[in-house]
Design a protein around this ligand. Structure first.
Ligand SMILES: Nc1nc2c(ncn2[C@@H]2O[C@H](COP(=O)(O)OP(=O)(O)O)[C@@H](O)[C@H]2O)c(=O)[nH]1
Ligand SMILES: [Mg+2]
Length: 360
């Protein structure tokens, strides 16, 4: 499961990517714009708290895969145009993070010659709508012929679904806001439709204007309330500088820029959430660990993430939710309070459950 940083060239994607990945900034890499993938730790205050309580030898965070998708450049005629290579790179991702430029910087002019975040969001959205539309048009044409000849039940279900999607896109609405059930999503999953991918938008502000980001963000939120995306202000440059400082200097630096928190955690947690992921924990003196599962995973499926043997030889799961555990302080106390339970393999694991798997 990977999330792609997507945008026009010089919007701060690689700066953010390097910060998330803990890399030094490499100007050569920024110029090359090759797609790169990195596995990044997802911060989780709950895991920090559990680690504090158990004092284990090791703490292991959940991770998410971040993909620095090469940006859209100005073509020879001086215009920024969508290329099939760009679209293919975007398709590779399971969810998208638009990185939108709000910072002014004469040394690196915006490829469209002016800074206008709303225009850039609109540009990406409408190009992705067009791409999906062209794809669906093509697929529908073939599908209509196939359905007449075939008895395949799957194709018969697919036709009305794709027609519904097409009509939705014709109204310029992205598929991510369409009501689709599990079966629909399964039928569509092979197509890598761009507007079906979950989306968040990060707006990259100047060091000097990040404190006044609220008003701009409000405007953008109002304008794009119907695209179904979380919108997050940040400053790639500030985040990059912060990442190299120790705690003391960090505080001072943040005070200088008038910000109270780093946006990185928010960006990472949002990435994790829009990928449809959640965490359960295992705890002990050796290790406290956050494990990544999809929403609706059963206790047995969750056990399988730890080890395939745990899946195959699953007997029961001991379950306490994080909130209860922190409230009562120990498994024994949780038992007394009736918030500890023994669950079978069909139990649906909840975000923040602490599991102990019993297996044969
Ligand atoms: N002033 C300023 N410059 C930035 C900021 N973010 C990125 N830049 C600069 O913009 C240029 C392009 O950034 P990069 O991350 O390579 O953009 P990409 O093309 O989207 O990957 C680099 O020279 C960065 O130093 C920012 O928040 N403020
Ligand atoms: Mg780049």
């Amino acid at each position: 499961m990977q999330i792609g940083l997507v945008g026009i060239q010089y919007s701060g994607k690689t700066t953010l990517f390097n910060t998330l990945a803990g890399h030094e900034f490499d100007p050569a890499q920024a110029m090359k714009e090759e797609a790169t993938l990195e596995v990044v730790k997802v911060p989780d205050a709950r895991l920090d708290k559990l680690t504090e309580m158990f004092n284990p030898k090791k703490k292991v965070n959940a991770t998410v895969e971040i993909y620095d998708t090469p940006g859209l450049r100005m073509a020879e005629d001086g215009k920024v145009k969508i290329t099939s290579q760009f679209l293919n790179n975007v398709k590779n991702n399971d969810a998208l993070f638009y990185i939108i430029r709000q910072f002014e910087e004469e040394a690196v002019p915006h490829p469209m010659n002016s800074v206008d975040p709303a225009r850039d969001i609109e540009f990406l959205e409408s190009e992705f709508l067009l791409s999906d539309m062209a794809f669906l048009e093509n697929r529908l044409e073939k599908l209509r012929k196939e359905v007449m000849k075939s008895k395949d039940e799957k194709l018969k279900k697919e036709l009305p679904l794709l027609e519904k999607c097409y009509a939705f896109i014709e109204e310029e609405k992205p598929l991510r806001i369409m009501r689709l059930d599990e079966n629909d999503l399964k039928l569509l999953s092979g197509y890598q439709l761009l507007t079906l991918k979950k989306l968040a938008v990060a707006v990259n502000f100047d060091e000097s204007s990040i404190t006044e980001s609220e008003e701009v963000i409000k405007e953008i939120e109002d304008k794009f309330s119907s695209i179904g995306a979380t919108i997050i202000p940040f400053s790639a440059k500030i985040e990059y500088e912060l990442s190299s400082l120790d705690e003391e200097d960090k505080k001072e630096f943040m005070a200088d820029y008038g910000i109270t928190e780093s946006a990185l955690d928010k960006i990472l947690r949002t990435s994790y959430e829009i990928l449809g992921l959640q965490s359960f924990f295992t705890v002990g003196e050796d290790e406290c660990r956050a494990w990544t599962i999809k929403k609706n995973y059963t206790a047995q499926q969750s056990a399988g993430v730890i080890h395939t043997d745990f899946f195959n030889k699953f007997i029961r799961a001991e379950v306490v939710n994080y909130e209860d555990f922190v409230k009562f302080g120990s498994f024994a106390k949780c038992k007394e309070e009736g918030v500890w339970s023994l669950e079978g393999k069909e139990y649906i694991t909840k975000d923040g459950d602490i599991l102990n798997i019993r297996h044969s």
